[in-house]
Design a binder for this molecule. Structure first.
Ligand SMILES: [Zn+2]
Ligand SMILES: [Zn+2]
Length: 344
């Protein structure tokens, strides 16, 4: 089968790999669509995320994907064969304390594809644990099904925020995670959503995706503007969806006393600064979001019912052979890119 391997920063190669055989509990998936994620960019450009996750040898990237189940192993659900599925990519051990107490997303033995030592989905076939394959309705396209993964992150972020109806929300960073989070916050009852980005076209996109007051953080001071808009109070909930080291600090500064901050963005650094005095004096609740947990099925329902618009975020599509172009486009934020999908 064809596959695209990361070899070194900005070096992707189309290679031949052996088609996988499903193990007893696995499903063999003919991959249809793979989304390019901000976390993939850290690998693509630097070969690492922080100091723990470092690529040392060629690997197939890609963890946001959908496909058709072509076959299943002897112990897997045969009803999956022929179905289009959205794949929850992280496979936890299901035995450790995190897994057995409802927090499998922070399992230390998590298998996560498209990272150090684990091949991902930028290839024609992949075999994965069948229990993590979620069939989507017939009406859902392959591209939309691949978007369930980032959409599930947005759903998890709003769950962690414990958003109450009528509250105000600030979303820092209007990339695809920020735009999805704005939509989820909106239909979860947010009264007013402020949104910022440093790219003007993303500020525009924010206005189309549930952000009531979107502004350009490159031209205006985020903290001053949000504090002015809220009469000096701050928002009830701030969600950092930037990929910069200052996102968490901004979230803290724009949140009202006793409010909540959820930190979703991946800066790629091991340590980021935080204004701890402000956070302490306001007795803020800070929560970090680790992907998703028990919400893939609900995210599919939301996307299938069009409550959550995942498809309009996809601005570009490339075939597998042109994966490097897809990654370069995202790396350089060219051509008003929001979400790029590689369609196989
Ligand atoms: Zn991702
Ligand atoms: Zn575990």
């Amino acid at each position: 089968m064809k596959a695209v391997e990361w070899h070194a920063p900005r070096q992707m190669r189309l290679v031949e790999r052996e088609k996988p055989e499903p193990k007893p509990h696995e499903a063999l998936i003919r991959v249809e669509s793979v989304g390019v994620c901000g976390s993939d960019m850290h690998y693509y450009l630097q070969g690492r995320i922080g100091s723990q996750q470092v690529l040392k040898e060629p690997v197939i990237l890609g963890h946001e994907y959908s496909g058709i189940v072509e076959a299943v192993g002897a112990a897997a659900d045969g009803g999956l064969v022929g179905k289009r599925v959205a794949v929850e990519p992280g496979i936890p051990c299901m035995k450790c304390e995190s897994c057995t107490t409802g927090h499998y997303n922070v399992c230390k033995k998590m298998f996560f594809p498209g990272g150090p030592g684990n091949d991902g989905a930028l290839c024609e076939y992949t075999a994965v644990h069948a229990a993590f394959c979620f069939p989507v309705p017939d009406t859902m396209t392959a591209q939309a099904a691949a978007m369930i993964e980032p959409a599930a992150v947005a759903v998890h972020a709003v769950e962690l925020a414990q958003l109450y109806p009528g509250e105000t929300v600030a979303i820092l960073g209007l990339g695809s995670i920020g735009l999805l989070t704005a939509q989820v916050a909106k239909f979860s009852g947010a009264h007013l959503i402020y949104g910022t980005d440093v790219l003007p076209y993303r500020v525009e996109a924010g206005r189309r995706h549930g952000v009531d007051m979107a502004f350009d953080a490159g031209r205006e001071d985020t903290v001053q503007r949000i504090m002015a808009e809220t009469g000096g109070r701050g928002v009830d909930v701030a969600i950092d969806c930037t990929n910069g080291s200052d996102g968490m600090g901004l979230a803290v500064q724009v949140t009202r006393p006793a409010g909540r901050c959820v930190l979703v963005g991946i800066s790629g650094e091991e340590w980021d600064p935080l204004p701890v005095s402000i956070a302490r004096r306001r007795e803020l609740t800070l929560r970090w979001c680790r992907r998703f947990c028990h919400n893939f099925a609900r995210t599919i329902v939301l996307a299938a019912s069009c409550k959550l618009d995942v498809i309009s975020l996809i601005t570009h599509s490339f075939p597998l052979e042109r994966t490097q172009e897809a990654f370069d486009l995202v790396a350089e934020n060219r051509d008003n890119v929001i979400k790029v999908s590689v369609d196989i």
